[in-house]
Design a binder for this molecule. Structure first.
Ligand code: FES
Length: 129
């Protein structure tokens, strides 16, 4: 199925295949992708921490206002679930993100990751005194 010249979505399961409030790993064109569900919304991010490649699919989702984040279970780096941006060390780079949509109960993920936060480097703000 083509939504545009650059998007091609593949089915990775139905919404019943994904646990509510948690993550699950799927493979999309050879990439390990973690699909997370939170309050009926779904998110697809790289299932590999940018620090030392720990699997992220079993990370707990944390909610702060409208923001959602996941925490790497190995050393505690946090990532924005909606953008893939890193929010804390020891990961100083983000993780890739995929577009995802739900159609007729099917979970569809774009074959290509977005041009994304994976290459953005965490900016540490240093207070000068
Ligand atoms: S492997 Fe994820 S923070 Fe180290």
């Amino acid at each position: 199925m083509n939504d545009s010249k650059t998007s091609e979505f593949v089915e990775v399961g139905t919404i019943n295949d994904f646990p509510k409030g948690n993550g699950k790993r799927v493979m999309v064109d050879g990439h390990a992708v973690a699909i997370f569900e939170r309050s009926g919304s779904y998110y697809a991010v790289e299932d590999s921490c940018s620090h030392q490649h720990a699997q992220l699919a079993h990370s707990a989702i944390e909610k702060d206002g409208y923001d959602l984040s996941i925490t790497c279970p190995r050393h505690g780096a946090r990532f924005d679930l909606k953008t893939g941006r890193t929010l804390s060390l020891p990961a100083y780079r983000g993780i890739r993100k995929w577009n995802l949509k739900i159609e007729d109960g099917k979970v569809l993920v774009d074959r290509k990751p977005m041009v994304d936060a994976a290459h953005e480097i965490l900016r540490l703000e240093v207070e000068s005194r």
